[in-house]
Structure formats: structure tokens, C-alpha cells
Design a protein around this ligand. Structure first.
Ligand code: GMT
Length: 386
């Protein structure tokens, strides 16, 4: 059964945008009619692809508005796209404010309305969605959705508790996935690729980090870990992404005299050519419902190190990296050092990481799960709506 689906997401450098756009692309490749709705093309969707149509959500400003009403622009675009393309399903990624926009659009569309599927991601449950300013409408709109997905069992339980969702409300756990052909280890790991980013530094292990540099990522800890490690090893750190804490990270590095040992690549549509030559990936987040960035590193055969928080233990078992007590920077540095100094340890973890990803997080089985889930929802519709 082929279906037409609208997928709403934030385009920003972040896991939910990556998952939404990869899903849209994958469903289009399988012959479904996919429509991606966002304020800009998400980084990994660079042009039109067969079966995949991008619809730009415009959020016009007006001097009267202190804050442009983004949620209304989203709802309005959904209505327009549904009227023009008769969508069967609408999947909104990140609940705030997308689920409320989706529900409003659904009510306006009446009998033409698609099924509404809400895909929760993380802070839409733990921060924004459970903030008193947004909670009533977010909880009610999630509960009124026709389907709900989460990437980890941990986030399912958090959503039930924090948003006080009915205990019998079905929530489907579908783990995030990775394109394991694109994120793959190199034929041979070649540190020189990364060494060229530090022309004046002596050769040594390279740590890698990718994020949007929001406070939840605790990016300052990266610098502390680097400082602790450098008492023993000539380690360096490569950073991908940008965001509010970047300046703090740069200042802290400078104050510790580590600025020559870190290299900021900034926002990159593709960074795997560097990532796959790294020795370790650091993700010292305060919380991660899943950790797509960790998954991409594991797929590239790079072991992951971070704190035992949220859904990360579901993605990073001990065989593929180390998660330590939150927020013990010393323990984190010790774990990384042990992997780098024990002969063969980093390679063993990296090779187990690749196998772990191929067994559990490949793109095609994840697309199968989504397809199956969407079809089940569609088949449950009353006959007059099919
Ligand atoms: O929830 C967020 O903070 C944003 C979101 C994003 O768009 O990057 O991140 C969440 O969703 C990702 C995709 O499912 C997960 O990999 C991240 O772990 C999760 N972030 C948090 O839980 C902090």
C-alpha cells in the first residue's frame, strides 16, 4: 500500500531534523509520496529528489509582533499542502509547537484531514513540552494524535510521566537509524587527515564532537576532558557544529591554554570524512533521549564516551564505548585514556561499534518499521476514510 505523507520538522543542525529528512527521503525512494515541510531545507536535503517535495514554511514578521507566530505559519502550510496533495498521514517531528499546529490543521481540514503522528525527540518532552507555558496544549495534542513514536524506551517512560499521558495510550518505540553506507569506517584509519587541522601540533589521538552547542550538551566538559587527558597524552579535539555555547568553549580553551589543540569546523553538511579517522567520540550531554551523533560515530567505527544519562545506555553498551557517572569529568577522561592507552582497545571498541550498528540501527530495517507502523494506522481508519 503506497501512501502520501507530510513530514514537519525543524531544519536546524540537530537529530530530529536529520531523522525527519532521512525518513522523507527513504519513504520517497520506496515509492511513497513524501512532502517535507520546514522553514528551510534540512542540511542533508540539498535538492529535489524523485518523490520528495520540499515546502518552505514562511514566517513573516510584522512590527506588532514581539514574536512571529511560527506555530500558525506551520498550521497554515499544513492545510495548504493537504488541500493540494491529499495527504494520508502527517508526521510532526518535535512536539513543540508542531503537534498543536498539526491538530489545528486537522480540525480545519475536517473529512480531508490526514492521520496525525507525533514523533517525540527529547527536550520536547523533558524541557519545552513539560514547561508550564506549553504543557497543557502539548500534552492534550499528543494525546489526541493518531500515533506517537519515540526513539527510546527511556523517552517513552519520560513522556508518560512528565506529560501525564494516559497510561494506556500506545507509544511506539522506533529507534533512530543511520545511513551505514555513508557513515562507515575508512579502509584504513589515517590520522594524517586530522593532523592537517593542527599543522603545528605533535601527532597524537584525536577526539571528535558534533552538536548544536546548546547548554544541554555540556560542551564545556569537552575542554575539561581534553585538559585532563593532555597531562598524559598529546590529544587534540575536533568540533563540528555551532550554537549558543561555542563562545564559552572557545574562551575556556583559551584560558586553559588549549586553543591550539582544538579545531572548530563549524556547521558542516557532511563531516564523516573527518569523523571516521578519529580515535574517540565525546558526547558529555546532560541528557540525550537517544544520541544520533553517537550513532553516526559508532557507525563510522569510532567508540563513544559520555555520561550514563537518558536513552544513551540503550545506544552505547559497554562493548562499544564507555558511559560514566554523570557528570564526573575525571571519570570520563580516565575512561577515554584507558581506551587510548591500552593497546588495541580503541580498535576493538570501534569494530564492535560498527557491528552493533549493522545489527540494530541500519536504515532499511528502520524504514520497514515505520512503513509497517504507518500502514497499521492507515488500516485502522474507518472504511469511509480509507
Ligand atoms: O530534543 C532536542 O533537544 C532536539 C533534538 C534535535 O532536534 O536534535 O534532539 C533530540 O532528538 C534526537 C533525535 O531523536 C536525539 O538523538 C537526541 O538525543 C535528542 N536530544 C536530547 O534528548 C537532548
Amino acid at each position: 500500500m503506497k501512501f502520501s505523507i507530510g513530514i514537519v520538522c525543524f531544519p536546524s543542525f540537530g537529530g530530529s531534523g536529520v531523522v525527519a529528512s532521512e525518513l522523507a527521503r527513504g519513504l520517497a525512494e520506496r515509492g511513497h509520496d513524501a512532502h517535507l515541510l520546514s522553514t528551510a531545507r534540512p542540511g542533508r536535503i540539498t535538492g529535489d529528489e524523485p518523490g520528495l517535495t520540499f515546502h518552505e514554511i514562511r514566517v513573516p514578521d510584522y512590527p506588532l509582533f514581539e514574536h512571529a507566530p511560527y506555530g500558525l505559519a506551520v498550521a497554515s502550510k499544513i492545510v495548504d499542502v493537504c488541500r493540494a496533495h491529499r495527504l494520508d498521514l502527517l508526521q510532526v517531528h518535535y512536539a513543540v509547537p508542531h503537534v498543536a499546529s498539526g491538530l489545528l490543521a486537522k480540525q480545519l481540514l475536517g473529512v480531508q484531514a490526514p492521520l496525525l503522528v507525533t514523533s517525540l525527540h527529547g527536550t520536547d518532552v523533558t524541557r519545552t513540552g513539560s514547561d508550564p507555558s506549553y504543557r497543557s496544549i502539548t500534552s492534550a495534542a499528543i494525546a489526541a494524535s493518531d500515533g506517537i513514536t519515540v526513539p527510546s524506551a527511556w523517552l517513552r517512560d519520560e513522556a508518560r510521566a512528565r506529560l501525564q499521558l494516559p497510561s494506556d495510550l500506545p507509544i511506539e518505540v522506533i529507534a533512530n537509524f543511520v545511513d551505514s553506507e555513508r557513515f562507515a569506517p575508512p579502509q584504513a584509519r589515517d590520522r594524517a587527515r586530522l593532523q592537517s587541522l593542527f599543522p603545528r601540533a605533535e601527532e597524537g589521538p584525536v577526539l571528535f564532537h558534533v552538536s548544536n552547542f546548546r547548554p544541554v550538551k555540556r560542551t564545556g566538559d569537552l575542554i575539561e576532558v581534553l585538559g585532563l587527558l593532555r597531562r598524559h597524552l598529546p590529544a587534540r579535539l575536533v568540533l563540528v557544529g555551532d550554537g549558543p555555547d561555542r563562545r564559552l568553549v572557545e574562551e575556556r580553551a583559551k584560558s586553559l591554554g588549549l586553543d591550539g589543540q582544538i579545531h572548530f569546523l563549524g556547521k558542516q553538511a557532511s563531516f564523516v570524512e573527518w569523523l571516521r579517522h578519529a580515535d574517540a567520540f565525546l558526547l558529555p550531554s546532560e541528557c540525550e533521549s537517544f544520541g544520533v551523533a553517537a550513532l553516526e560515530a559508532l557507525a563510522a567505527g569510532v567508540p563513544v564516551f559520555g555520561y550514563r544519562v537518558g536513552g544513551l545506555p540503550e545506544v552505547v553498551p559497554a562493548a562499544v564505548g564507555r558511559l560514566v557517572e554523570p557528570f564526573d569529568v575525571q571519570a570520563l577522561a580516565t575512561a577515554v585514556r584507558a581506551a587510548l592507552e591500552t593497546p588495541g582497545a580503541s580498535e576493538r571498541l570501534g569494530s564492535a561499534a560498527r557491528t552493533h550498528v549493522l545489527e540494530r540501527y541500519r536504515r532499511e530495517p528502520a524504514l520497514d518499521r515505520y512503513e509497517r507502523y504507518f500502514r497499521e494506522l492507515l488500516l485502522r481508519r474507518p472504511p469511509e476514510k480509507r
